[in-house]
Design a protein around this ligand. Structure first.
Ligand SMILES: Cc1cc2nc3c(=O)[nH]c(=O)nc-3n(C[C@H](O)[C@H](O)[C@H](O)COP(=O)(O)OP(=O)(O)OC[C@H]3O[C@@H](n4cnc5c(N)ncnc54)[C@H](O)[C@@H]3O)c2cc1C
Length: 382
């Protein structure tokens, strides 16, 4: 059927873009890097800047082929073996190997985005603006200044856009409807770990805010808009040898403002401000048992790793649970089983289904053991 692609799970978003974008088809959901596979996109039920309009990746999957640990090949989809399907969407690989998938693509007329930039003075203003006018944009994301405090807490820059129609491009650009992907620069060495400190992060944030004045209708190529980090190979070296961790939370609408304020305040007060903080608004959740997105707001934070950080984040997990929020398995490295179970009420149902799909408990991972998706020792489920 027109508009659907059937591919092996190892095909990447980059592969899809290379082959299908010049033919006028764009991935239905794309994360902040194009170097992820279709299998990985399903297994973490990834979300993009269009969740408020199009939902997460799983919503675009018509059908997938799954090789279970018991050696069975199952075909499942929203209307066929729906339990297996919705456990696999977001199931972090624990239901079996996704072999291939049939995915609905999005028709576009060019590889350009028409983007509006808008600076907002604090978190409350950002959220009101998103609620007021998000429906007019397919894509929307806000960069947040993780160091702003007091009345400016959560100030940021909204970057919202739609795929540009061919008729919206100026005549001089009409022969470059499909620009090629950009080249890549490289970070050649690990930065010293003191390079990212509260002072340098503060300077970076102030500069970023100053460099993004309000602008309307900017034409931006898809690669720069969706994948800014992909242009910088080995960008993780900026964090030095200690590396970094991500912390991504989602709160329901009712508690979002309080929950997000608390996260930002506690990290700033603990002297662990985020180098990069990104806010998005989520639309309704899909039925994925372990799918992360839920209606409300999500904040993703990149935090330089320091000795005191794990304890700070574990304490924060309790506050996230108290506000009815949850963490994203794709980004989490620290949450414990109790917190995870409180965040994802379908853990027990997932473990029950695994008894059928993986009777000998073959599949496991350190994430699965830590958050209680499989028994701790990884021993066979009984
Ligand atoms: C720079 C950057 C930006 C990102 N931005 C976003 C974002 O905006 N939104 C978002 O949602 N995520 C984002 N992510 C996270 C990323 O999209 C997910 O972690 C994604 O799942 C990675 O896919 P992968 O193909 O690299 O899989 P891997 O990292 O190799 O695996 C991820 C999970 O998928 C499982 N898996 C992979 N292939 C299969 C298969 N064939 N069958 C069964 N299970 C499988 C693995 O077991 C594992 O649990 C970002 C990551 C980076 C590095």
């Amino acid at each position: 059927m027109a508009g659907e692609v059937e591919c092996e799970a190892g095909v990447s978003i980059e592969d899809l873009l290379r082959v299908l974008l010049p033919r006028g088809w764009f991935p239905p959901v794309t994360p902040g890097t194009k170097y992820v596979t279709v299998g990985g996109a399903i297994a973490n039920d990834i979300h993009g800047k269009n969740h408020h309009r199009d939902g997460a990746f799983g919503a675009a999957v018509r059908e997938l082929r799954l090789l279970t640990p018991a050696g069975e090949t199952l075909i499942c989809g929203p209307d066929r073996e729906p339990d297996v399907f919705w456990a696999t969407v977001g199931g972090v690989g624990l239901t079996g190997f996704i072999l291939s998938a049939r995915v609905r693509m999005l028709k576009v007329e060019s590889a350009w985005l028409k983007v509006d930039y808008l600076r907002l003075k604090n978190l409350g203003e950002l959220m009101r603006e998103l609620e007021r006018s998000d429906a007019g944009y397919r894509y929307s994301v806000a960069w947040i200044d993780g160091l702003a405090r007091g009345a400016s807490l959560g100030r940021g820059v909204l970057m919202r856009g739609n795929h540009a129609l061919a008729s919206e491009l100026p005549a001089r650009m009409s022969n470059i409807l499909w620009p090629a992907a950009r080249g890549r620069h490289n970070v050649p060495f690990d930065f010293p770990s003191f390079a990212l400190n509260p002072l340098s992060i503060k300077a970076f944030n102030a500069l970023y805010y100053a460099l993004h004045p309000d602008k309307q209708g900017q034409l931006v190529d898809y690669d720069s808009y969706f994948y800014p980090l992909d242009g910088l190979e080995n960008w993780n070296r900026l964090y030095g040898r200690g590396g970094f961790t991500q912390y991504q939370v989602a709160f329901p609408n009712e508690t979002s403002e309080r929950g997000l304020t608390e996260v930002l305040e506690r990290l700033a007060a603990g002297g662990r401000p985020s180098f990069l903080a990104v806010l998005k608004r989520f639309g309704p959740a899909n039925p994925g048992w372990l799918s992360f997105p839920r209606e409300g707001y999500t904040l993703a934070l990149d935090l330089p790793m320091r000795e005191s950080l794990p304890k700070l984040l574990r304490d924060l997990d309790d506050r996230v649970v108290a506000h009815g929020g949850r963490l994203y398995t794709a980004k989490d490295a620290l949450a414990g089983a109790d917190a995870f179970r409180a965040m994802y009420p379908q853990v027990e149902r997932f473990r029950e289904l695994r008894k059928r799909l993986d009777p000998r408990g073959v599949l496991s991972s350190s994430l699965a053991r830590r958050v209680g998706l499989v028994p701790r020792g990884g021993e066979a489920l009984r």
